[in-house]
Design a protein around this ligand. Structure first.
Ligand SMILES: [Zn+2]
Length: 465
């Protein structure tokens, strides 16, 4: 070896108190600790608490390798050495798609992993609206695997904070044993007959600030269970806004995007192709699916509030409450609307130009105008937002439908079944609507002086709410 920076992943299995798989990240050089200005490597030990009945030896080396990539991808310089030697097929497919570094240690004799005949899909379930809607479109035998992030150890002063919180909850009559919202969502799904596994892992603490090293890393627990629970595809709640760039500046041809090419190839190489069941469905569509499906009500989008009791004080709550109001045709009172525009986090997001997932606000304001006869000229925050996000001029019904290109990405085994289920809730977009999506581009609006001015005025007024 001629030097260069590489990452070695070692793996350890412990059965002391609980069954744990521990990935150790070893870096030859430390120069990839800050791969982006946005985050840096914060820890080098990634622990997964696996169910006792899963034996470590049954986990295929290619699956350990895929998890190794998911936890360390941004930090790898030129080479990665996996905990166990991988199949020739996995390594050649990985090396064909990864340009940044090389995967090493190959076992020429090892057969690549293939799913058994009676296999089924798994969903990387978050408890949120999009992944709950995704589940409604999948076969009934789909397993939902929830990545359970342990709470950080709190400094001692927070004992008082916890004590106060406890007293407050007692006062409100909330049970002391009340669990966090996504845990309740998991329990409810189990009651609906789904096979649900919660796996605790500190994966998100590997980087600072806390978060996933790569967006698909939330499926790491599902991959570790793939052989034991017989999975053959991994589903995510990736919606049209993220997959096809709608709501961002420009349409992105997702099947041809570097994201899909890279992760689609790697997951398929491990015998677990991606199953993007809602990639052609917008946030509006997932709200409709959740409104109409038998278990959609269990979804919980807000990270801060309690189950069925969102905090009403975050950006997600802003978007969701407004969207729910039009999807459920329930008008908000002026006071409720005023409260929305006072949310500090929402103010920050709304001040961007364009706003993140702006299309969803275009839909909500357009429908609000249509359903509740909003007076667009009254200079309220709601009418100013409507004009700013073009709710008064843009056709929005396409967001209630699905974008058929999504089926190019769905493994054939599941294509027909998912299409039938999806069409119980949403119709396909017409040719003209698909054309509109293909041409999605916010640039002309961003360069338009009228919208720049609307934005300035809107932001000015928003500041004083
Ligand atoms: Zn909230």
């Amino acid at each position: 070896m001629n030097g260069g920076d590489f990452v070695i992943i070692k793996v350890e299995y412990s059965k002391e108190e609980q069954s744990e798989i521990i990935f150790h990240i070893e870096l030859e050089k430390e120069d990839k600790i800050n791969p982006s200005p946005k985050f840096s490597l914060n820890g080098k030990k990634c622990i997964f608490v696996i169910p006792d009945e899963v034996s470590f030896d049954e986990i295929h080396p290619d699956h350990l390798a895929l998890v190794s990539i998911l936890i360390s991808h941004p930090f790898i310089g030129k080479r990665i050495v996996f905990p166990k030697a991988v199949s020739k097929e996995f390594s050649s497919k990985a090396n064909s798609i990864i340009t940044k570094y090389v995967v090493e240690n190959i076992d020429e004799e090892l057969q690549p992993w293939t799913s058994p005949i009676d296999s089924r899909p798994v969903l990387a379930f978050s408890g949120g609206a999009d992944s709950t809607a995704a589940l409604a479109l999948m076969p009934e035998n789909t397993a939902a695997v929830f990545l359970d992030r342990p709470l950080p150890k709190k400094p001692s002063w927070s004992i008082w904070k916890n004590f106060l919180r406890l007293m407050l909850r007692l006062k409100r009559g909330v049970s002391l044993y009340d669990k966090e919202a996504p845990h309740i969502a998991c329990e409810k799904l189990t009651e609906f007959g789904y096979d649900v596994v919660k796996m605790e892992t500190n994966l998100e603490y590997l980087r600072k600030p806390v978060g996933f090293p790569v967006d698909v890393a939330n499926s790491a627990p599902a991959i570790l269970l793939a052989n034991h629970m017989k999975f053959d595809a991994v589903a995510f709640g990736t919606i049209m806004e993220s997959a096809f760039g709608i709501g961002h500046e420009k349409f992105r041809n997702y099947p041809k995007s570097p994201h899909y090419k890279m992760w689609g190839t790697l997951f398929a190489a491990a015998g677990l192709p991606l199953l993007q069941v809602v990639s052609g469905v917008s946030e509006v569509g997932t709200s409709i699916i959740n409104r109409d499906s038998s278990f959609g009500h269990i979804a919980h989008s807000c990270m801060r509030g309690k189950w069925m009791d969102p905090c009403r004080n975050c950006w997600k709550c802003f978007r969701k409450l407004l969207l729910d109001s039009v999807v459920n045709k329930e008008k908000m009172t002026d006071k409720e609307l005023d409260e929305l525009f006072k949310i500090n986090e929402a103010k920050r997001f709304l001040s961007s130009f364009p706003i993140k997932h702006e299309n969803v606000l275009t839909y909500s304001t357009s429908k609000y105008l249509e359903l509740f006869e909003l007076d667009i000229e009254n200079n309220s925050m709601m009418s100013m937002l409507t004009k700013r996000v073009r709710g008064d001029v843009i056709e929005v019904d396409w967001m209630e439908k699905y974008f058929p290109m999504m089926f190019d990405l769905i493994p054939e085994k599941y294509r027909e079944d998912i299409k039938t289920k999806l069409e119980k809730y949403l119709q396909p977009m017409s040719k003209e609507e698909q054309e509109f999506v293909l041409k999605w581009n916010l640039e002309p609006m961003l360069n338009d002086e009228i919208y720049q001015k609307l934005n300035t005025n809107f932001c000015k007024k928003l500041k004083n709410q």
